[in-house]
Write a protein that binds this ligand. Structure first.
Ligand code: ADP
Ligand code: ASP
Ligand code: MG
Length: 443
């Protein structure tokens, strides 16, 4: 069994939905097709909840009406027969009426819960339309509700045991089905409320499903021909990598390579299920395979993650006392805030976080331990590759590329697969471009 995930752009128009149907039909054997919402849908659903949250019900309703028009155009372009067009229209009207039913004063106090219900509609719409399309072109498929098997626990982590068990039962009960279709991104919480796996979470859904069923392969179909060596949004002349290891891919995803959700490599890696990144709009290009492989001894790819806050805690003593680090870590543990990078000197520790929800509380408590300095608007630049052996010249190439960029922190040696630097976000694009020249183009 294979898992095939198609992202927002891949299902973003009637033409691309038809392309997806072709790709799915051309892949042999049983498969689970995981779909994102059509491109921009999740963003617009967030705008609707924002309007409701601000009591701008008129605005919410007018955005909903615009969405209805957009989906009606999709229906016109996607389906042939009037009967299917009518069924699809009735379906989207029913979904948008449901969203409209929240556009009133009473919703404002419970907006956090309603937001999750509303943003879930994007994947419900795309999977239903795709399923109706396959039906119209006489391709047999079963639509599964992600709510029947995708669940997170009280800590917000995927409940792997539940997912494996429920999905196993569903598949066993439908042994003759070749194509299953289901929603990415959405799930239920441990108490059964509608929830999601955070932005870009359909990749994570695909990986969790692939791991749960121990799939032969997980394919992530998107709008680019695989993992590039640098961020193509900011750097010219990037190229697709043929093969990368799970560890490299996990580092790159975690540190900002938008092609993959930050956590999405982990379930696949744990079950050793290869992940193939493919281009929906150029299906013949090889893409990138992520699997257990030995990595050439050099820098393979660069990614950057914004929204980083650095905190420096300087010991009140002349030297760091025994227990200093433990006391610091306990503060972060108390506020469930994970630390991405850490560097130390004999008197001070610098560390970075990307979730600043409890920054004020954390800073206050750290001030009992030492003097605290907070810097915001930073980016982590991650260089992934094999750094496990003494690489002559690798770090020299990295640092000599960055002579014009002030570096706030450096982490080297924490893992075998990564060197990370922290810079001001205003210098990020220049740093990515300079590194591209120094590390890839000059070699
Ligand atoms: P999808 O909607 O299919 O999930 P995303 O927009 O989430 O697609 O991810 C694909 C995008 O990721 C690409 O269009 C590209 O701009 C961006 N991207 C950022 N870094 C990389 C990288 N290193 N390799 C490939 N794509 C990247
Ligand atoms: N539709 C969701 C989002 O836009 C999930 C995804 O596309 O992966 O974040
Ligand atoms: Mg994505």
């Amino acid at each position: 069994m294979k898992v095939l995930k198609f992202g927002g752009t891949s299902v973003g128009s009637p033409e691309s939905i038809k392309e997806v149907a072709k790709i799915v039909s051309n892949i042999e054997g049983q498969k689970i097709v995981v779909l994102s919402a059509m491109s921009q849908t999740t963003n617009v659903l967030h705008q609707i909840t924002d309007a409701i949250g601000a009591s701008n019900f008129e605005e919410a309703n007018s955005i909903i009406d615009m969405m209805i028009d957009r989906y009606k155009t999709v229906i016109e372009g996607l389906f042939e027969t009037d009967t299917v067009k009518n069924t699809a229209s009735a379906f989207i009207e029913e979904r948008f009426d449901f969203i409209k039913s929240y556009a009133h004063e009473g919703s404002v106090e419970v907006i956090a819960a309603i937001e999750k219900i509303i943003v879930a509609q994007g994947e419900i719409l795309s999977t239903n339309l795709f399923s109706m399309y396959l039906n119209e072109v006489n391709t047999a498929a079963s639509l599964l509700s992600a709510f029947d098997f995708m669940r997170i626990d009280a800590a917000g982590e995927p409940d792997s045991e539940f997912i494996t068990e429920s999905l196993g039962e569903i598949i066993a009960a439908n042994a003759a089905t070749d194509i299953f279709i289901t929603q990415g991104y959405i799930c239920l919480s441990h108490v059964g409320d509608i929830d999601n796996l955070k932005r870009g979470g359909s990749d994570y859904s695909a990986s969790l499903i692939g791991a749960a069923i121990e799939a032969e392969e997980i394919q992530i179909w998107t709008d680019i021909d695989g993992m590039h060596n640098n961020d193509p949004r900011y750097v010219d002349n990037t190229f697709s990598l043929k093969e990368i290891s799970f560890d490299e891919a996990a580092e790159l995803a975690y540190f900002g390579a938008k092609i993959l959700h930050p956590q999405s490599v982990i379930p696949a890696k744990e079950k050793n299920v290869p992940v193939l990144l493919k281009d929906t709009f150029n299906p013949d290009s090889a893409g990138t395979i992520i699997r257990n492989c030995t990595v050439p001894n050099k820098v393979r790819a660069i990614a950057a993650k914004d929204g980083i806050t650095a905190i420096r805690i300087k010991s009140y003593r002349m030297l760091m006392a025994y227990g200093f680090l433990k006391n610091i870590f306990e503060v972060f543990e108390k506020y469930k805030t994970s630390i991405d990078m850490i560097t130390t000197s004999e008197v001070a520790v610098s560390l970075t976080i990307d979730d600043d929800t409890y920054l004020e509380e954390i800073t206050k408590e750290l001030e009992n331990i030492g003097s605290v300095k907070v810097d915001t608007d930073l980016s982590i630049i991650c260089l992934a590759g094999d750094f496990s052996q003494q690489q002559k010249g690798a770090s020299a190439a990295i640092f000599s590329s960055l002579t014009n960029i002030p570096i706030r922190m450096i982490s080297y040696g924490g893992s075998n697969y990564n060197v990370s630097l922290v810079v001001n976000t205003e210098h990020k694009i220049q740093a990515l471009q300079d590194l591209n020249k120094g590390v890839f183009e000059n070699n």
